[in-house]
Design a protein around this ligand. Structure first.
Ligand code: BES
Ligand code: MG
Ligand code: ZN
Length: 464
């Protein structure tokens, strides 16, 4: 789908003219007011739509009205959702071209473009019958600059969703490494098994050792013109999480190709940074591997040594993400950065606590956490802070090693958080648990079922 900007929409001959209607108000189109508002009583409630044939009375064949809700409540997030609603409706009626003319003073070009691209998304590469797509949409009133930025964000989300939706048979650690090595404007170094061993990443390697797919430790770097800040973002990159020897039941394993959603997010962000060119130095880090049961798997009771020398008794091989992140965090903390953010489909407990509505966030710096939560609000992604009380550490106590990798089932998201903190040194750190938000079993708001691309918008806005 191509997205354009033009200020002369009124005279453009198009299939569908999409206009907005604030609740209880009139629209900018007489025709719409006469038929939809006056005759049919269309109220403009948020997210509702009304389709009208123009019978040649204006250059567009049809008018689609989308309800924008109460005028005083309109914001960037509402516009993204409303545009997404409209695009879904356009796809439903198999329209190919449309012009959007929202009678709004604010420049919502960025959200509008993001909304359009989210709604146009389908993962249909393996289907013989392809999904409906629009060829072209044009936005009036919004600026080219804002729309262009929205396109970068929208494409980054598509990038992340495609990668997380890709079956584990194709989206292997080697594939992620290959993608990372071909990103424009990003320098990438990939470490293979021997190099990972030389770096002393015993926790990560243990997780990887049960799979025939070799691990790939991926370090990407973007350097802006006048870097004001140095940040590292780490994405959990378990390309398939079977649970290992502590194997998952079938229903829990079903969606575990998505256990690299954090990695997909990081790759998408790195890819977009080159287009946005912010004044920052950003490291993207992924300790990619599979968690599989086999004769070479790591076992419950094994004791692993992480990069920082701390020893970990394996209590449960299904708590593998924190082991890979532990070594990745050690690596990041040696880069001389100001801040590190990890994003991970880490715990079922977080999913139980917050559902699919919000991602969990924890860390060692309240200010950084607040800034991420605020950036999330502006980006249309919800983060909810979970506690890191020191008592959670008690459940990780081991008799024979520095800690266990799993604590009590209760408060599992926080237990994982305090575990990770053991591998953070002298750097501001935030941990984002996207176990519940990375993958939807059924559609939610503007998102279809499957990978959501969660984190991409917030992290991009945060770096900017
Ligand atoms: N990848 C899972 C967490 C997960 C669960 C992500 C559901 C998405 C949806 C993680 O590796 C895991 O298996 N965690 C265990 C930890 C437990 C053994 C302490 C869990 O949450 O059950
Ligand atoms: Mg697991
Ligand atoms: Zn996992």
């Amino acid at each position: 789908m191509e997205i354009k900007v033009s200020q002369e929409v009124k005279d453009i001959k198009t299939e569908v003219l999409v206009i907005g209607q604030f609740e209880g108000e009139k629209t900018s189109q007489e025709l719409a007011n006469t038929y939809a508002v006056e005759k049919d009583g269309f109220e403009g409630k948020f997210g509702t739509t009304y389709l009208l044939h123009t019978f040649g009375k204006i250059p567009a064949d049809k008018i689609l009205i989308v309800g924008l809700g109460k005028k005083e409540e309109v914001d960037a997030n509402k516009i993204r959702e409303a545009v997404a609603k409209a695009v879904k409706k356009l796809k439903q009626i198999k329209a190919k071209k449309a012009c959007f003319d929202f009678d709004i003073n604010c420049d919502y070009g960025k959200s509008a473009a993001i909304g359009a691209l989210i709604a146009d998304y389908a993962f249909d590469k393996y289907k013989s019958e392809k999904a409906e797509h629009l060829d072209e949409i044009t936005f009036a009133r919004f600026s080219q600059k804002d729309v262009d930025e929205g396109i970068i964000f929208g494409e980054a989300m598509k990038f992340a969703r495609d990668l997380a939706n890709e079956p584990a048979q194709f989206a292997t650690p080697s594939k992620l490494a290959d993608i990372a090595q071909h990103l424009d404007g990003i320098t990438t170094k990939v470490y293979d098994r021997d190099a990972i061993e030389r770096m002393g990443m015993g926790a990560y390697l243990a997780v990887a050792q049960g799979s025939v797919q070799p691990p790939k430790f991926i370090h990407m770097k973007y350097t802006g013109k006048n870097p004001k800040k140095k940040i590292a973002i780490i994405g959990k990159g378990i390309c398939f999480d079977s649970g290992g020897l502590d194997i998952k039941p079938p229903s829990s394993m079903l969606t575990m190709k998505d256990d690299m959603s954090g990695a997909a997010c990081v790759l998408a962000v790195m890819q977009a940074l080159n287009k946005l060119q912010p004044d920052a130095e950003v490291h993207g880090i992924i300790a990619a591997c599979e968690n599989m049961p086999s004769g070479s798997s790591y076992k419950p009771g094994d004791i692993l040594t992480a990069k920082n020398g701390k020893t970990i008794e394996v209590d449960n091989t299904d708590a593998e993400g924190r082991l890979t992140l532990a070594d990745a965090l050690c690596f990041a903390c040696e880069l001389g950065i100001d801040e590190v953010i990890d994003i991970a489909t880490l715990t079922g407990a977080c999913m139980v606590a917050l559902g699919t509505v919000a991602s969990g966030i924890m860390g060692n710096n309240e200010d950084m956490i607040s800034r991420l939560i605020e950036t999330g609000k502006d980006s249309g992604e919800t983060f909810w802070q979970l506690p890191m009380f020191k008592e959670y550490k008690d459940s990780l106590k081991s008799d024979i090693a520095d800690m266990k990798n799993t604590g009590s089932r209760y408060g599992g998201a926080s237990a994982a958080g305090v575990f990770l903190q053991e591998f953070v040194k002298d750097v501001k750190w935030a941990h984002i648990d996207i176990a519940g938000t990375a993958y939807l079993e059924k559609p939610q708001k503007e998102l279809i079922a499957g990978a959501t691309g969660v984190g991409v918008r917030t992290l991009l806005n945060y770096v900017k």
